[in-house]
Write a protein that binds this ligand. Sequence first.
Ligand code: GLY
Length: 410
Amino acid sequence: MYKQILILIIATLFLLPSCKETISVEKDFDFAEKQTKKMLLDLDTIKNMPRSINPDGKLETVGIYDWTSGFFPGNLWYLYEYSHDDFWKKSAEKYTEKLVPVQHYTEQHDLGFMMYCSFGNAYRLTGDKKYKVILANSAKSLSTRFVPAAGVIKSWDFSRSWSGTPWHCPVIIDNMMNLELLFFVSKITNDDKYRKIAVSHADNTLKNHLRDDYSAYHVVNYDTLSGKMTDRGTRQGLADNSAWARGQSWAIYGFTMIYRETKDPKYLDAAKKAADFYLNHPRLPKDLIPYWDFNAGEPGYKSPWGYNSDEFPEIKRDVSAAAVTASALLELSTYVNEKDNRYYKSAEKILDSLQDKYRATPGKDNFILEHSVGDYPRNSEIDVPLVYADYYYLEALIRYNRLKKGEPVV
Ligand code: GLY
């Protein structure tokens, strides 16, 4: 009898981990609220937007024209969406309002990140018409960067390859994320102009940014007059031919979102194949949190900026790439008819890993997640919290919660 009970107890203990079916969204939001309340106290004296932590351990903040400025207001809107607590609404309004001047900013392509994550969520959750005008102006500013000959939105005005080739119309894979703003503004203004720009950009990205294995190039440069593609490479990845993890995540998220907006199956196909590249990669760790570049530490990848895996024996993970991917996979899972629900289960696994192993340490910093990589080649933001990792994590949790309740994911 005792023996049988003992066997039963041991079997139950073995089975327990695999019985975990759901992520505790409530616990995650509880933690996010606590951390963000402390962050708000810090910011009271600093005034800027939080981005990361500096090498000295202090909070790194940025002004409103930094590409990351919209994520903190976005985090506050997600906290409001989950809690319905007026405290979060007021905080979100306060931080969103700071970005009003950005609606006229035309010096780089990140208007979508900056304005859609902040004002886009503000409009979605409050319906306040004043936000519509600001979003429409932001789309107008972003579209000034459209280069008709090439059919793309120029990301930066100028850059260079690592070997020194000048790039006058560089487009980075990240730019796919800015298109959501354009689709949205076409809908609210009944003006197809922005949608056409977005589709043109997506088509050229589909043609030129994806390799045969559906890994993404970071940068593609075009000739501004002929519109021809002239060069492909990286600025933030390990090598021109490597797969920078966050770039891959932007591709998965971007093509999934373009499919939502167009229902054109070629984008769904690209989203699935980009996701399969991530999920099937032999170097993807079991917890599904990728190394900062899929090829970091792998022989055969020559880094033009001098990364040498002997010097960096511990290859860092990029939690931000995982958070973006989790959110994207949850949406992607609703567009496919897979018996094994692989995209959904992989997103769930990522959320589980983030909750278990990558949470910020209270007292050390006031972000939600740690262990992201911003820009390895510039030796900047390596193994740190990043505000956009938190943003896509909260978005993924909200999406996960909606799917659990049988609601539409977006
Ligand atoms: N969009 C810039 C980055 O992903 O680092």
